[in-house]
Write a protein that binds this ligand. Structure first.
Ligand code: FE
Length: 234
């Protein structure tokens, strides 16, 4: 089996949210898809270890907020690399409650669906929840983020709302000394790579800024890890 084939399946990127006892939580997910049109049903796959899984299992409701290609990476870090067991993720983002009480994003979302769970299937590490859609709204006609494009962004290979460049292979010369002005650094938590040629415009770091010249209070734009945690990329 060639595992690379799974990279050929196309996915979007979503914040899937739910509620339990009045508490709210959401997480990043790339698996959300329409199953039927009439009645409208969607399915999602959620890791059993996640707090959102507990909330959905308990309340039987969830929302899917669809992220645009222009979504700030730190929003993905906020919902994707932090646990609702440690922080109240919805405390700092604009949201609204659906009629089920599950929240959905009002900013950095091109629309949402709200669903009630009608069935679920065990998938070992995950549960597949099938939901009947009871509400849905389109907020904007922006391009939805795809999982592949997100992976490209994370590697510093593209900026939002710009065409994705072709990947360029970089032949390595053993004799070549590392130039600090072009040395890339990688986040040990989420894998984000800081590339001096690209910079980090979301944090005001201009292209051409060497890693050493980034302010010390800069953090990983995806997961919030501090600058001193970053490791030089071989
Ligand atoms: Fe990170």
């Amino acid at each position: 089996m060639d595992p690379n084939i799974f990279r050929k399946l196309s996915y979007g990127l979503f914040i899937i949210s739910s509620t339990m006892d009045g508490k709210l939580n959401g997480q990043v997910a790339n698996t959300a898809f329409q199953i039927t049109a009439e009645p409208a049903m969607v399915a999602i796959g959620i890791n059993k270890n996640n707090l959102t899984h507990q909330y959905i299992t308990n309340s039987g409701v969830f929302t899917i907020s669809i992220l645009p290609q222009t979504v700030p990476l730190d929003l993905i870090g906020h919902f994707g690399f932090k646990s609702g067991r440690d922080i109240d993720k919805y405390a700092t983002v604009p949201y609204k409650l659906g009629e089920t009480g599950a929240p959905y994003l009002l900013e950095n979302s091109i629309g949402y669906l709200e669903a009630q769970v009608i069935s679920s299937m065990d998938a070992e590490t995950h549960t597949v929840f099938l939901g009947k859609v009871i509400n849905a709204e389109v907020f904007s006609e922006e391009e939805p983020m795809t999982y592949a494009y997100y992976q490209l962004l994370k590697r510093g290979g593209a900026k939002p709302a710009e065409p994705a460049p072709q990947p360029v292979s970089e032949p390595k010369s053993e004799a070549k000394a590392v130039d600090p002005s072009t040395q890339k650094y990688q986040c040990p938590v989420c894998g984000y790579i800081y590339d001096p040629a690209v910079g980090d415009s979301d944090s005001g770091i201009a292209p051409g800024t060497a890693f050493a010249d980034i302010p010390d209070d800069w953090v990983c734009p995806i997961c919030g890890v501090s600058k001193d945690q970053f490791e030089p990329l071989a």
